[in-house]
Ligand binder design. Sequence first.
Ligand SMILES: CC(C)(COP(=O)(O)OP(=O)(O)OC[C@H]1O[C@@H](n2cnc3c(N)ncnc32)[C@H](O)[C@@H]1OP(=O)(O)O)[C@@H](O)C(=O)NCCC(=O)NCCS
Length: 293
Amino acid sequence: MTPVARRRRREEIKITIGPFRSHLDYGSCVDIQREVWRFEDIDLVPVATLMVVDHCGGIVLGAYSAIGEMIGFVCSFLGIEDGDLIQHSHMLAVRIAYRNFDVGFRLKLAQRKEALKRKIRRITWTFDPMQPPNAYFNLGKLGAWSAKYEENFYGESTSALHRGLPTDRFLTRWDLDSKEVEKRLEEGPSAHDLRKELKKYVCINTLEEVAPGMATCANLKMNCTAPEFLFEIPHNLPDLKNRSLSVALDWQGKMRQVFKHYFKKGYATTDFWVSEDEGRHRAFYFLHKKRAR
Ligand SMILES: CC(C)(COP(=O)(O)OP(=O)(O)OC[C@H]1O[C@@H](n2cnc3c(N)ncnc32)[C@H](O)[C@@H]1OP(=O)(O)O)[C@@H](O)C(=O)NCCC(=O)NCCS
């Protein structure tokens, strides 16, 4: 979608972002968790816990439609990392009907603003590397980055979305007042001309189509020493989970191998590109040496 068309669509919906307004909002938040993640009750964050988080230094914000209905929320709690006070963002969710209207983005902007107001300069969270929309949202749109990969972080999950796969996660870091984040939030993700980019950067693998719309990872190079390089994943990876658990597991194995190896070598993933190439979408993690911790 062109930026102009996207902007027009976004202007169609009026929302406000703010703290939870009453006890009822904590219940709405649980309903949204159920809708979005399709967890069994045991895996939901219940009303009382949300209240405690909200009252003890966490940031809990809702997004409200023009008629006052909660359509999304973000919830983070206080944490400590490397001796610094941080917020750890445990949940961000937008009701399915309201996705791709910048509601998630505006919730994160409000969370960032509130954290900075409290003199907190970093927000961390986890996300599933096998979800291209989340990778694009976190790394591409917000300018967060990851240099830590955790295998099966949450253990077994009851969410239908996880399809029985181990819950591997990136530990992601958002440096709220860094120049990179300020620039990204101001200018938005940069557009990429794939033909030029693929001449400029090494891509450490190729995709091999094994059935229509189903690709595996081929020709993987584990000895790349370029300061910046690309790792391609299928744009439709979440659908592959539904079609073939073995192909999805193979991708998860390749991701473990790539990210654990290159993170250890001092790389971080600092961006995620989605581009169109001859009518098909392609998706790439961008890895970068300088940003590593
Ligand atoms: C992640 C989530 C909160 C984003 O909310 P949202 O309101 O849709 O977010 P935004 O509209 O601000 O941004 C979504 C972006 O993803 C893009 N996107 C949508 N589908 C995509 C896909 N398949 N691949 C890549 N990007 C995609 C949208 O185009 C939009 O980018 P743009 O502004 O450049 O057009 C929402 O999708 C959600 O609730 N997901 C389920 C819960 C979850 O996974 N939470 C954890 C997030 S880390």
